[in-house]
Write a new protein. Structure first.
Lengths: 245, 251
């Protein structure tokens, strides 16, 4: 990989460039960025669950204020954006490489089997990832960008002015089409994680008789619970809006 | 047994191929899959037609020469078995069997069902050996090695290099093959000496051969006639990571 080798040569890190552009180096970048996103999701979920407290959005707005003003979280958020972009671009490049490696002529009969992972998910990570990326793009435009550009109404909580992110979120969740889009996206994320969680450990070389079965178990639990937690929020908010409960 | 065979025919590497259908009667269920193809080839020869090219050598399941993708599975439907050890009793009378060559850019089709697997040989040449001076064989007990480690190395060493892993992989990755060779030698005291250099060179060669990248689908392990475990890939990743950061190779 010429450009990276050229870039790192003057500082004496040709070996590092060679490492990063090797097949295993590329896998490692996918794994580490993926694991970072896996760590981030529960944090995001805990915040989103504040939407369910019946206090007209006070705890949610205080939480979103904290997330946008705490210096440590702001720093980590840049790492998060970087991880999303890296994971997406590297994933697409690998997808292209793998398709090229398989060649133009495929098998007339396809009988894909595997051991110990969700084979269908594993073989379709790129497609699942593209759908997730579209979801993230819509999601960032709808909530994150509005928050950043300040196109969010204000609210006064205990004498201080805060951005009222709660209002546009609840408004978005009153649209049944959006609720369906959100829930379907969460199912896709769950399938992606179902393979991705344990796969990222395998890529790091963390495969051991004592730990791998546990990692695979946690992966299955995680890939169900976290997307499930995200998915029930718009459903509950929609139900409340329509006075189902 | 009466069989309908859909077989990929391709005169040479740069000529377009297509499926041809053959009907074969009186197939004994005791025949191996390759013997069945031998019978078909004899029939074709009698009819003044060109026999089907396919690779075979030992026919004992240990050389790794036979290949074929049978009904979508490398080495056919029987788990842990090479094509030569697959017998016709595993198929039903009147069944249609689709026989294709391995598909991968790194394995170009030479003729019909025979592909060029030289890429795997070049990976071995890059480091899949131990450079020791030859001489008297050592006393077996002179090199201490734990039983579990020896067994793990032996399991990896059972890889016959047939390339079924590449054929089965939707990405055409050769990581199961390469990792089996890396693990087999890295686990043994004789192989540890050159372990870092070996893994760096073998992975480098693997990347040069245009194989795809592993995405842990595990189809390789499922189709491997020797049951090589994907845990070897994790071991190779560890070896490569540590060699990249700590070997004496400046590049």
């Amino acid at each position: 990989m010429s450009w990276m080798t050229n870039a790192l040569k003057p500082i004496g890190l040709v070996w590092f460039a060679n490492f990063l552009t090797s097949s295993i180096g590329k896998k490692l970048l996918m794994s580490l960025s993926g694991l970072f996103l896996i760590l981030f999701l529960p944090v995001h979920l805990i915040g989103n669950l504040q939407l369910l407290t019946k206090d007209a959005g006070v705890s949610f707005n205080l939480y979103s204020y904290f997330m946008t003003h705490n210096p440590l979280i702001k720093t980590v958020s840049y790492l998060l954006y970087f991880s999303i972009i890296l994971h997406t671009i590297q994933g697409l490049l690998l997808w292209r490489k793998n398709k090229k490696a398989k060649g133009k002529i495929g098998y007339a009969v396809n009988a894909l089997r595997g051991d110990g992972t969700n084979v269908k998910a594993a073989a379709n990570m790129a497609w699942l990832g593209i759908i997730i990326f579209v979801f993230i793009a819509v999601h960032m435009y709808q909530f994150w960008l509005q928050m950043k550009l300040g196109k969010v109404p204000l609210v006064i909580i205990e004498g201080t002015e805060y951005k009222n992110l709660y209002e546009p979120v609840v408004l978005a969740f009153s649209n049944p089409g959006f609720v369906v889009f959100y829930v379907v996206s969460m199912v896709i994320i769950g399938i992606h994680l179902n393979h991705g969680f344990q796969s990222s450990f395998q890529t790091l070389g963390l495969n051991h008789k004592k730990y791998t079965p546990f990692i695979q178990y946690i992966g299955r639990v995680y890939s169900f619970i976290v997307p499930f937690g995200f998915a029930i929020i718009p459903i509950i908010v929609y139900g409340r809006n329509n006075l189902w409960w | 047994m009466k069989l309908t065979l859909k077989i990929w025919r391709q005169p040479s590497q740069n000529v377009k191929g297509k499926f041809e259908t053959y009907n074969l009667d009186n197939v004994s269920e005791h025949m191996s899959f390759l013997e069945m193809l031998d019978v078909l080839n004899e029939k074709l020869s009698f009819e003044q037609k060109i026999p089907i090219a396919f690779e075979h050598d030992c026919r004992e399941g240990i050389c790794g020469t036979c290949s074929l993708v049978i009904n979508g599975q490398p080495h056919g439907p029987l788990q842990g078995t090479t094509t030569c050890q697959l017998h016709m009793r595993n198929f039903k009378d009147g069944e249609t069997i689709v026989i294709e060559p391995y598909r991968a850019s790194a394995f170009p089709v030479l003729k019909d069902l025979s592909v060029d697997r030289g890429a795997l040989d070049r990976i071995i040449q890059a480091g899949g050996f131990i450079s020791v001076s030859t001489g008297q064989a050592q006393d077996a007990n002179a090199v201490p090695i734990e039983k579990d480690v020896a067994s793990h190395a032996f399991d990896a060493a059972t890889c016959i290099g047939c390339g079924a892993c590449v054929a089965a992989c939707p990405n055409s990755s050769a990581m199961l093959f390469t990792s089996a060779k890396v693990a087999h030698l890295a686990l043994l005291p004789q192989g540890k000496v050159e372990a870092q250099k070996r893994v760096l060179n073998m992975v480098r060669q693997m990347d040069l051969e245009n194989f795809g990248n592993c995405s842990n689908i595990t189809a390789c392990e499922a189709e491997c006639p020797k049951g090589i475990s994907v845990s070897n890939i994790a071991l190779m990743n560890r070896e490569f990571l540590s060699a990249s950061f700590s070997s004496n190779d400046a590049n």
